[in-house]
Write a protein that binds this ligand. Structure first.
Ligand code: PMP
Length: 308
């Protein structure tokens, strides 16, 4: 975990405000009840340009998450995408960054219907390195906590409240000496990590749980499905069982923060022979070529911002 590194500005409700001014009232509805939605986006710095990865796809998911919760975001997608660009320019981001847009029910009423609370929007961007150990890989446990069920909290809407479930599993994993937790869904099938999707490889075929398995439809997951296809691998979205985590050849997480993180062990069993597998490495390489603008084919996924 990294401490947040302060930058100059945060975009808040239509303007750039000083980092220290970007505050909320203690009676903010979302603080009490989790009634906000957010995104996590990465931007990669290379040769005088910072490339925001799949900005439009992240914003699309942001508006969809808001729709689920009857939240009317008072800015258009174009306005928010301009806001991200303005913010990165204003902060003169000359390194890899994490971008965090959030829309939340602000302060007005107490009680559970947030409809009368205004929707406030903020975007922060700050330097960000590795989230998990992408070089050495991570040892995971299958969490004793189940992922939120699709008929309890929609896991495919990226709502703030969803993440108390993730925080429980993450704390459990770390306290038990693991690096990360893997959730099973309410049916007992492999679901996702606390903030990552999961893939396994068996006999050169990649498998990842389907959207019906209570996952967030990850943008990195989609990226990896496409890149793996380009590299000639078959990818199947299908139910994955807990035992397959123990007997697969390779496993890895995908996510904006996690990028492609090799899973080298699950529940004290090595994944494969415990070393990072060749498919995982090949995908990592392909992924970093794409996000840093070295692969012409996927230039459309990048929003380049010149900062020279
Ligand atoms: N699942 C969960 C629960 C997440 O929080 C994330 C991170 N947004 C992901 C999966 C991966 O999604 P993405 O690749 O779009 O970041």
């Amino acid at each position: 975990m990294m401490a947040i590194q302060e930058t100059k500005y945060i975009w808040m409700n239509g303007s750039l405000v000083d980092w220290k001014e970007a505050q909320v009232h203690v009676l903010t509805h979302a603080l009490h009840y989790g009634t906000g939605v957010f995104e996590g986006i990465r931007a990669y710095w290379r040769d005088g340009v910072v490339y925001v990865f799949r900005l439009q796809d992240h914003l699309r998911r942001f508006y969809n998450s808001a729709k689920t919760y009857f939240m009317e975001i008072p800015y258009s997608r174009d306005e928010l995408s301009d806001a991200v660009v303005d913010l990165l320019k204003a902060n003169a981001a000359r390194e890899n960054c994490y971008i965090r847009p959030i829309a939340y029910r602000a302060f007005k009423v107490i009680g559970l219907d947030p409809s009368k609370c205004p929707v406030h929007v903020a975007i922060a961007a700050f330097p960000f390195g590795k989230y998990l150990d992408i070089d050495k890989g991570v040892h995971c446990c299958v969490s004793a906590w189940r992922r939120i069920a699709v008929d309890a909290l929609p896991p495919d809407a990226k709502a703030c409240g969803n993440y108390v479930n993730s925080a429980l599993a993450k704390m459990e994993a770390l306290r038990n000496g693991f690096d990360e937790a893997i959730f099973l869904d309410s049916h007992g099938y492999v679901c996702e990590g606390t903030g990552e999707n999961i893939f396994i490889a068996r006999a050169n075929i990649l498998y990842t749980p389907p959207t019906s398995a209570a996952i967030l439809e990850g943008i990195t997951r989609d990226t990896v499905i496409q890149l793996a296809g380009d590299l000639g691998y078959r990818v199947q979205e299908r139910i994955v069982t807990r035992n397959e985590l123990y007997v697969c050849d390779e496993a890895f997480f995908t996510g904006t923060a996690a990028e492609i993180t090799p899973i080298t062990g699950v529940d004290h069993r090595p994944v494969g022979d415990g070393a990072i597998g060749p498919i995982t490495r090949e995908l990592q390489e392909a992924f970093f070529d794409v996000v840093t603008g070295k692969n012409e084919r996927y230039k459309d996924w990048l929003t380049p911002i010149g900062l020279l």
